[in-house]
Write a protein that binds this ligand. Structure first.
Ligand SMILES: *Cc1c(COP(=O)(O)O)cnc(C)c1O
Length: 387
């Protein structure tokens, strides 16, 4: 039998880390000690108190059944309370909050409920691959908005062509930004809201990194007037509490968009394990102490990495948020050539910027989700190959 993938699936670019993984596997076989700045997945374990809370939650029989629906009311109330404390934004836990099996799940499902074939989705380049991938799988077309260094890695909304404004139904934005580490301010969000209202485009703001910051606390898109009329915001417990494997996140904001996500999900999944939601309540209620501890670790690593890269003679900008350093590759290299050199000569994995979209060409992303000692070891190796 000849099994043929759908056109939608065939259109997706090859998985970002596949090629690097293949080369990495070869080197590991040769006995090389690989240092990986590749995937942005915290190495720090979930706080013990959260794990303890999970142990208690898992013993409650009521949590063993299908969770269904928008999430436990207590979880949705905890999200609303967190939003009020953290951002000063009031949410209706009934209509404006929905639990997700990680924010990636909701981001991927939104275009299925919103996009018809031929509709356009505005996606930043470079960006988290799910915005474009989810659009393509929903049969939509992607218009890439380049994020340029001279614009602070914010999309230049004024340059989006008239035709695209008319065809677009959805726009993704993501600050603090993966992969560039950039942050957005109120005036940017104001422009986005104006643009969205004028052109009837739904805004999906991905705020997964709101709690990984080194200067000012990043804001929520929903803090800005008019945001709730045009869009939603995605959040995740993954990065905030080192819970990537647990799969829990949420979407908040415009009740019609939340309902669309809910209707799609009713047909795909049956919700987040209630014991995990119950543990999520505990994490959100105690977020300040967990975040404070976490940020201290990330900050030290960030400084070790940035200072080290400078010592190696690289030009590097220190990120204000996220656990990524987004660095220009040296002259004469493409993103992937530079990453290949790091891998073959120094057994270091970093992600080529071009993997996040064509506008990421010329850059490399280092995720500092490894210990300070390993970062220092990597710097030492880079210093050696530089000479
Ligand atoms: C890690 C990440 C997420 C979070 O994914 P989860 O599915 O919640 O684990 C969302 N957006 C971006 C940009 C990310 O880097």
């Amino acid at each position: 039998m000849n099994i043929k993938k759908s056109d939608r699936l065939s259109k997706l670019p090859p998985y970002l880390f596949a090629e690097i993984d293949r080369k990495k596997a070869g080197l590991i076989k040769e006995g090389k000690d690989i240092i990986s700045f590749g995937v942005g997945d915290p190495d720090i374990p979930t706080p013990v108190e959260i794990v303890e809370e999970m142990k208690k939650s898992v013993e409650i029989p009521a949590f063993h059944q299908y969770p269904f629906g928008r999430g436990l009311s207590a979880f949705r109330e905890a999200v609303a309370e967190w939003y009020l404390n953290r951002f000063g934004v009031k949410l209706d836990p009934e209509k404006e909050v929905h639990a997700l099996i990680g924010s990636k799940e909701g981001i991927g499902h939104l275009p299925i409920g919103l996009i018809d074939p031929g509709d356009v989705v505005l996606v930043p380049s470079p960006s988290y691959p799910v915005y474009g991938g989810g659009t393509t799988l929903a049969g939509g077309e992607v218009y890439y908005m380049p994020l340029k260094e001279e614009n602070g890695f914010l999309p230049d909304i004024g340059s989006i062509p008239e035709k695209m404004r008319q065809m677009a139904k959805l726009m993704f934005i993501n600050y603090p930004n993966n992969p560039t580490g950039a942050v957005a301010d109120k005036s940017f969000y104001k422009r986005v809201i104006e643009f969205a209202a004028e052109n009837e485009i739904v805004v999906a703001s991905d705020n997964a990194y709101s709690e990984i910051f080194y200067e000012e606390k990043p804001m929520s898109f929903l803090e800005v007037e008019g945001a709730r009329e045009v869009g939603v915001e995605f959040h995740s417990l993954s990065k905030t509490f080192n819970m990537t494997g647990w799969r829990i996140g949420f979407v908040v904001g415009n009740s019609e968009v939340v309902k669309i996500i809910s209707d799609v999900k009713d047909n795909y999944d049956s919700g987040v394990f209630s014991a995990i939601q119950n543990t999520g309540i505990f994490a959100l209620k105690n977020y300040e102490k967990f975040v404070e501890k976490n940020v201290k670790i990330w900050k030290r690593r960030r400084d070790v990495l940035c200072e080290g890269l400078r010592r190696c003679g690289f030009e590097v900008k220190v990120p204000k948020a996220t656990f990524y350093v987004w660095m220009k590759v040296p002259d004469g290299f493409s993103s992937s050539e530079f990453c290949e050199k790091l891998l073959l000569k120094a057994a270091i994995v970093a992600t080529p910027g071009s993997g996040f979209g064509s506008a990421g060409e010329g850059y490399v992303r280092f995720a500092f989700t490894i210990s300070e000692e390993r970062i220092e070891e990597a710097i030492e190796r880079m210093r050696k190959i530089k000479n």
